[in-house]
Design a protein around this ligand. Sequence first.
Ligand code: BES
Ligand code: MN
Ligand code: ZN
Length: 500
Amino acid sequence: MDFSIKAFDAKNTIATSKTGCLVVGIFEDKTLSVAAQALDKKGELTAAVKSGDISGKAGTTLLLRGLAGAAAERVLLVGLGKEGAVSGKDFTSAIQSVARGFASLGAADGIIALPLDGITAHDTAWAVQTATLTLRESLYRSDSLKSKKDAPAAGVKKCAFALAAADVTAAKNALAQAIALANGVELTKDLGNLPANICTPTYLANTAKQLAKDYKLGVEILDTKQLQALKMGSFLSVTAGSDEPPKFIVLKHMGGKAKEAPTVLVGKGITFDTGGISLKPGAAMDEMKYDMCGAASVLGTMRAIAEMKLKLNVIGVIAACENMPSGRATKPGDIVTSMSGQTIEILNTDAEGRLVLCDALTYVERFKPAAVVDIATLTGACVVSLGSHNTGMFTRHDAAHDGLAEELLAAGKHTGDTAWRMPIEEAYNEQLKSNFADMANIGAPGGGSIVAACFLERYTRQYTWAHLDIAGTAWKGGGAKGATGRPVPLLTTFLLNRVK
Ligand code: BES
Ligand code: MN
Ligand code: ZN
């Protein structure tokens, strides 16, 4: 969809705008939004409302054609909920209805003339971003591998947001950022949805190289030999059973001052997780192609901020490999030495995410980072505790010490890509005791997502760090199977807010 911003004046331009579909609002108390009033000179909208065909509750719609009071071919009246108190949630559901309407109409273009500046606790920029992301979301398809593509979406291809002249400049900036964010989200979804026979570690590395080319980013891909030289014994133990070569990807967007410490994103990139010798059960195992969604969110976020030309130094790091059983695979009980020198007894080869991440977390010490955030589909236990609504967020650092927790939570809230803080405490560390090595890679049962975070924490003591467990939020299973693109909105907003 092609988006633009249009300056308008409620009294004149709205009524005379020639467009396939003009979207205006109505509230629960049956009052019309300012733009809707401008079309009601002949009382046509008032009559339609009186007829009882639309309640004005958020998301309700009524399509009217050939109004004498409007030059538009169609007017889509959409419910916004409470007059004077339109919540972010109500606005989002109104836009979801607009997206459904747009998709099924004969119109090729539309104008959204809703009160974008009247949403409780949000500004016009937020409304433009939310509408853009919601419309792009509704158009997303993953059919690149179908020989017969799904029928191309009919309907509105060009969408303008109508705004008062004074808001136009701010809205144009917000729109450009929203489009960059939507592009990042879609890259993350595309990578997640690709099957593991196509989206291999090499494919992720090539995607990073392409991004580097397109946006002039720095890129470095380390291969097995280089990982051996770095003594990444923990990462290498995970890839041992696979015929696909592992890739360690470093992507740099240095948009800030030369001396400014970078913010580092570290993604888990298991392109397929069979569990290894601790083989997973067969049911729904195909979904373990999504075990690289942390990596995909790093690439999507790097794409979004590069397109925004964000004035911040950001480094994306990805540890990518497969977790496979074979005669060369790591066995339960094997002990490996991580890059940090700490030894690990691998009691379960299916707890592999932490094994690739711990070496990546040690590697990034060299960047003297301002902060490190790792993103991983790390534990089924996180899905049990938080379901699919919230990403699990773990950090030592909160308001009492440099505020990373608050930054991440706020960024999630702003975009509806929410996270929930979980504890990391010494008490859980007990569960990782090993009789033979510095630690085991799994703990006694209970609090599995917290124990996993505690494992990672042991490799992050040199810097400010947070861990995002996206096992429940990165993709949907069942009939609506597909990657969600989360937490790219959270991460991108977090980085945007870090620009001084
Ligand atoms: N990739 C999985 C986590 C996962 C499982 C995410 C199901 C989403 C849905 C991870 O590598 C894993 O297998 N974790 C184990 C850890 C356990 C062996 C301690 C798990 O969660 O079962
Ligand atoms: Mn696993
Ligand atoms: Zn995994």
